[in-house]
Design a protein around this ligand. Structure first.
Ligand code: HH2
Length: 264
């Protein structure tokens, strides 16, 4: 899943694709490089980010979605927590809502997604972006995240969203210390018991930088290494900024896995 941030303040590419023409060009590049989905976001969720209004989010993403409608063949996801933004996006060609609050941010979201027969990404977050990195705590991060996602899936199904339209995401970097993130990555396979497609967003994340002492622009190698571990532990979708190198990595890891499975 290629990331297209139409924001002034995203942590790794803020301000680069605010101009709809540049955003369109970026989307086409991500598609040409082999992305299977596009995730368009109009509000940063980096630690300490300030929330923006639905009106502003729509103002940022709608001109881009209108351009993409005719040009992009891969499914478009929109990264939003707000009903009104999701509604505008679904009316303009998006078919997946990436809700980092897992349907808890806006009580009208679940029914909207169900009514539109759209798909949803349910992500775990402790707290909210403004304050989530202030002393996050867990009993056991993997079991707590799994429990949270189980409940979010039940909520989605109760609202009428079909099970085959649900993906889950442990939410790397969202209300988690570096140790929590590393624990989640190393035990990612435990989320397999949810029996749903597993999406991970590891690309350029701060905990990789903290672990290895590298600034955001130098985090590609760490992102690739983390992605490789994630695929080995059962991740199905990688939410990424650098599609081409991740595609090479995914093809190689998949190939070795299928050879090993054949040999068993
Ligand atoms: N990470 C970010 C944003 N949205 N959605 C899901 N499902 N999973 C993630 O890990 C995830 C996400 C943060 O990355 P980015 O979009 O590049 O930055 P920003 O939130 O600053 O725009």
């Amino acid at each position: 899943m290629g990331v297209l941030n139409v924001t002034p303040d995203s942590f790794s590419d803020g301000g680069r694709f605010l101009d709809p023409a540049l955003a369109e060009k970026r989307a086409l590049t991500l598609q040409d490089e082999g992305a299977h989905f596009l995730d368009v976001g109009g509000e940063s969720s980096r630690p300490g980010a300030h929330p923006v209004s639905a009106r502003e989010e729509i103002r940022r993403i709608l001109p881009v979605l209108k351009r993409l409608l005719k040009k992009i063949k891969i499914p478009i996801s929109v990264d939003t927590t707000k009903h009104d933004v999701a509604l505008a996006a679904l009316d303009h060609g998006a078919c997946i809502i990436n809700d980092i609050t897992a349907l808890s941010g806006d009580r009208r979201m679940a029914k909207l997604i169900a009514r539109h027969e759209a798909s949803v990404i349910l992500m775990h977050m402790q707290g909210r972006p403004g304050t989530m990195q202030k002393n996050p705590r867990y009993r056991d991060v993997v079991s707590d995240v799994k429990q949270f996602l189980k409940k979010a899936v039940q909520k989605a199904l109760q609202a009428g969203i079909a099970r085959d339209r649900v993906m889950v995401d442990p939410g790397f970097g969202f209300g988690k210390t570096m140790e929590h993130n590393m624990e989640l990555l190393s035990r990612l396979d435990e989320l397999g018991s949810l029996k749903l497609p597993l999406l991970v967003g590891l690309s350029r994340k701060s905990f990789l930088g903290h672990l290895l002492g590298v600034a955001t622009p130098q985090r590609l190698a760490a992102s690739l290494a983390a992605a490789s571990v994630a695929i080995e532990r059962g991740a199905h979708v990688l939410r990424i900024h650098d599609v081409s190198p991740h595609r090479q990595l995914a093809l190689l890891v998949d190939h070795t896995r299928s050879l090993r499975n054949k040999g068993q």
